[in-house]
Design a protein around this ligand. Structure first.
Ligand code: GLU
Length: 475
């Protein structure tokens, strides 16, 4: 058997550190066994998927050094590898299940489902679909009416998921809804598309994050309903914040763009991710990925939730940086914060404001530094309190997270709309934001500056400013 594994990110935001983490374990396993590492883009959520996000996934995976063997940009024997180009497969599959008596058309309207939910809530029982359409006859005749296709789940007994790390996990079948497979608009749900593709792409091992465990009984049932052999399932422990909650933007930078922009070396990043729930037999903490591949095995994975500790990653990165000889160091600097491309974006903003080149570094320093200093009195607009400013920044941080194209013109629009929504005058927001993202009250135009700094730097500095405001005592 040739090992075939995949990662299947949904292109709905910034490239996530969790994608690189899961990618690494798939990659190491594939390389260890001379198998294939496949990239599939799961973009069936048409409202949330974007091309920009897809491009960023490619970029970040390449940056970190996880090259895939088959994928949307590369092709491969089981392509296309982008789900939006495979819709006919999911439709065919759903209809096959109807023919096999394993799925059924459901004509329940949104109103009926709402009413059902209200009744169920009032009765205090289990919420979920009541299988109203499961017994209907000859629904083929009504195929032109709006409907979804649902999977028939067993109404009693257990569904057992065999997880390579956890053993058998049992689920009560009666607790699981008859899952929608194909929606009214003909688009598949995650469950159907994921299983059909894993089967068609001959995936042998599904290595994914723990958060998908509750989906797996549905997948196990789907394989059974199709009469297909299921792959092996390996659910990796979730990356966690220091307080053990699931890693989140509020507490950690989670975008790979941040790590690239901040000057983490990809080798250090991969090494650090390899330590998340896994160890080498000799417990060494610093090692190249080839050592991980050589010693890779699932029984070295521990399930206690690994804490993603930025300070430790930074320490490890320092070790890697110090190993570079001066020429290579210069090379990474010139490929990074001191690249021509970046300098060319900074120059137009600085040119008008200095008269001697020797002033360049001091004037433009905040374009090149990581952290900046925040003075509370400068962060807080006249007439506002630190607590109010902190709240505003928290809301603004959430707003930042939803901005895909980080461009001056759009930032201008979004920040003005944000002022309106939150009953702020522009000057009550713009100066505090300027100070938050640059550490200074006099800078080039705010939106142009933010564009050049990039979303990740702005987001991180905003997070730092929030932390500074959080320790101010009221009064
Ligand atoms: N599209 C899912 C995600 O965004 C894939 C999960 C899986 O690997 O099955 O992570």
């Amino acid at each position: 058997m040739t090992v075939r594994v995949r990662i299947a990110p949904s292109p709905t935001g910034d490239p996530h550190v969790g994608t690189a983490y899961i990618g690494l374990f798939n990659y190491a396993f594939a390389k260890k066994h001379g198998g294939k590492f496949i990239l599939r883009i799961e973009d069936t959520d048409q409202t949330r998927s974007t091309k920009e996000s897809e491009q960023m996934i490619y970029h970040s995976l390449k940056w970190v050094g996880l090259e895939w063997d088959e994928g949307p940009d590369k092709g491969g024997p089981h392509g296309p590898y982008r789900q939006s180009e495979r819709l006919h497969h999911y439709k065919d599959a759903a209809h096959t299940l109807i023919e096999r008596g394993e799925a059924y058309r459901c004509f329940c309207t949104a109103e009926r489902l709402d009413e059902l939910r209200t009744k169920q809530r009032a009765a205090g029982g289990r919420l979920g679909y009541d299988r109203h359409c499961r017994g209907l006859d000859n629904t083929q005749a009504r195929a032109s009416e709006p409907h979804v296709i649902r999977l028939k789940l067993p109404t009693e007994g257990k569904i057992v998921v065999q997880d390579k790390l956890r053993g058998a996990i049992e689920f009560d079948a009666a607790e699981i809804d008859d899952q929608v497979l194909l929606k009214t608009d003909g688009f598949p749900t995650y469950h159907l598309a994921n299983v059909v593709d894993d089967h068609m792409m001959q995936i042998t091992h599904v290595i994914r994050a723990e958060e998908w465990i509750t989906s797996t009984p549905k997948h196990v049932q789907l394989y059974k309903s199709f009469g297909w052999q299921a792959p092996e399932f390996i659910h990796m422990p979730l990356l966690r914040n220091a307080d053990k909650s699931k890693i989140s933007k509020r507490k950690n930078p989670v975008s790979l763009n941040y790590y690239e922009r901040a000057g983490f070396l990809p080798e250090a990043m991969l090494n650090y991710l390899a330590l998340m729930g896994w160890t080498l037999p000799d417990q060494r903490e610093k090692f190249p990925i080839k050592d991980m591949i050589e010693h890779f095995s699932f029984d070295r994975i521990s399930l206690g939730g690994p804490v993603f500790d930025l300070a430790k990653l930074t320490w490890l990165n320092g070790l890697y940086l110090r190993e570079l000889d001066d020429d290579r160091y210069l090379g990474v600097l010139r490929g990074h914060v001191l690249s021509d491309a970046y300098l060319k974006r900074v120059i137009p903003l600085v040119k008008e404001r200095i008269d001697k080149l020797e002033d360049f570094a001091s004037y433009a320093g905040f374009f090149f530094s990581g952290k900046v200093e925040h003075k509370v009195e400068e962060l807080v607009a006249k007439g506002k309190t630190p607590a109010e400013t902190k709240k505003t920044f928290e809301l603004l941080g959430e707003e930042f997270d939803t901005i895909v194209r980080w461009e001056a013109k759009l930032l201008d629009e979004r920040l003005r709309a944000f002022c309106e929504k939150n009953a702020l005058k522009p000057k009550e927001l713009f100066m505090p934001v300027r100070v938050a993202v640059t550490g200074r009250s006099a800078t080039p135009g705010l939106f142009e500056t933010m564009e050049v700094l990039g979303k990740e730097v702005c987001r991180t500095r905003l997070r730092d400013a929030i932390a500074v405001l959080a320790v101010v005592k009221p009064g």
